[in-house]
Every structure is written in C-alpha cells, then in structure tokens.
Design a protein around this ligand. Structure first.
Ligand SMILES: Nc1ncnc2c1ncn2[C@@H]1O[C@H](COP(=O)(O)OP(=O)(O)OP(=O)(O)O)[C@@H](O)[C@H]1O
Length: 257
C-alpha cells in the first residue's frame, strides 16, 4: 500500500510562499484505481511528485509517505532511484515530452529493464517485446525499431506505459495520461489501465480534472481543492451521494475543470 499521511508541501521562492498541500492523507491499495480529481492548482501533481521523491529542493515537506510500510524519508537517494521504475512508476500527460526522439522506442523500454535487472540484452529484449504485446502495441517486433515520431499519440503513450510496467511495478502514478489524446484514443488507454489493474494487480493513482474519466475508471475518488481534500469515497458514493458542497458543485456544473 502507498500511504500519504498529513502531507504538507510549501514552495518558497523569491520571498513568496505557495502552500501547495495543506495536510492531505490518502492511501492507494494494489489492484485498485484511485482517482484524484480537482481543478488546476489543487495539488494533484505535487502529491504525485512527492510520492516519487521528485519535488524540487526548495520545497518544504512535512508529513509522511509510506510505500509498502517504508517511510520514504528513511530511504537513501539510491533506494529511491531503485524504487522508481520498479516498485512505483509514473506515466505523464505528454508522451512526446518523455520519449527521447533519438532512440528507438524498443531501446527506451529496454533501458528501463537494464537499469533495474541484471539480464542480457537478448533477455531484456524478450521482456520488452512481451510487454509491448501486453500493452497492445501491434506488431512489437517491427515497432521495437521505430522512433517516437513514427508512432501516433496513442501508440506513444502505450510505449510510455510499456516502460512503466516492464519491471512489474506494484503501483503506477498516472498524471493526466489521457488529456493530450483524442476521445477514442483516450478510451483505449483507459481500458488498458483497467486491464493492467486486473491482470497484474497494479494499484493506479490516476490524476485527472475530468469527471467523465473518473466515472469510467475509478474505484475510489479523492476530491481536492486548493491543497486540501474535500471528500474521499468510492466512486458510487461520490457520484450518487456526494457529501461535500464542493463535490456537489462540481457534479452539478459538470464542468470540464
Ligand atoms: N515546482 C514548483 N514550484 C513552485 N510552485 C509549484 C511547483 N509545483 C507546483 N507548484 C504550485 O503548487 C500548487 C499545486 O500545483 P499542482 O501542479 O499540484 O496542481 P494540479 O492540481 O496538478 O494542477 P494542474 O491540473 O494544472 O496540473 C500550484 O499553486 C502550483 O503553482
């Protein structure tokens, strides 16, 4: 389980302080999809980056984050590096910003394997091809040797997801992974996340500002606003019987945040 306890994050820059998180607590189990929903600036990405130990050095962090009962405060930089890409991995909004245009997509997934596993190139390549197949990239043998610009947006995101799952993580933190995609392609990626949850028992933290996406994919939902959690509950409770005024307002306006 990933457990976030009373997390407070402040950014102090040029005599200005932004309180990005004001004491949030939530948890993510393996085998479930937890959506964090909230409007821009509510603290969704900061929560994710804090779990990955990726906040900038000028951030002040209070509270605790446990990954499988290990407090990440007690982990060295090397431990955290090992954890990222093996136990927990991340998928971002814009695959083109993550993929290296100069490397074939196969080699990029392969790098992730070799960074964490002591295997030969041949063994690593087999693992990569198997994973490309699992995330439904058609014709993996051919795609392995292609460069990112040769793939559609949806396929690029599948490559990023392949790199995220290739070392069989327990958790994936997905930060708006479908926002840059058209509706049909996004639907395919959402159903892939559901498959990954079911097939590999992965716990997925899914950040979005889209309530439609929440309804389609989430088991549980955390509603955030200005660095605080307004409400948490299972997806049916949030949609059918919201408790906080903020959630009620969100649902009644059905705005695209
Ligand atoms: N590296 C940073 N330095 C300074 N302030 C930051 C940094 N990262 C985030 N913030 C601030 O923290 C607050 C929360 O930001 P965060 O990116 O978590 O919002 P979000 O809910 O993910 O929004 P969006 O949907 O726009 O991505 C915002 O006020 C933002 O400006």
């Amino acid at each position: 389980m990933i457990k976030v306890e009373n997390l407070k994050v402040k950014f102090s820059l040029d005599n200005q302080t932004v309180e990005a998180l004001k004491g949030v607590s939530f948890h993510l189990n393996q085998g479930e999809i937890l959506a964090i929903v909230g409007e821009s600036g509510s603290g969704k990405s900061v929560s994710c980056n804090a779990i990955m130990g990726l906040l900038p050095s000028y951030a002040t962090v209070e509270g605790n984050i446990f990954i499988d009962e290990k407090n990440i405060k007690d982990l060295s930089k090397e431990d955290m590096r090992r954890l990222r890409g093996s136990t927990v991995s991340m998928v971002f909004q814009e695959p083109s910003a993550v993929l290296n245009p100069l490397l074939t997509v196969g080699d990029q997934i392969l790098e992730t394997v070799l960074a964490h596993k002591d295997v030969s190139y041949k063994e690593a390549k087999d693992i990569v091809l198997e994973t490309m197949e699992a995330v439904k990239i058609p014709d993996p043998e051919r795609r392995f040797y292609q460069y990112p610009h040769e793939l559609s947006g949806g396929l690029k995101q599948r490559v990023v997801i392949a790199a995220a799952v290739v070392n069989k993580p327990k958790y994936i933190l997905a930060d708006e992974p479908t926002t840059a995609l058209d509706v049909t392609t996004a639907a395919g990626i959402l159903s892939l996340f559901q498959d990954l949850k079911q097939t590999y028992n992965i716990g997925i933290l899914f950040i979005t500002h889209d309530l439609g996406v929440v309804a389609q994919i989430a088991d549980r939902v955390v509603v955030m606003y200005k660095g605080e959690i307004m409400e948490e509950g299972d997806v049916y409770q949030i949609f059918d019987n919201p408790k906080s005024d903020y959630t009620k307002k969100l649902l009644s306006s059905r705005v695209y945040l």
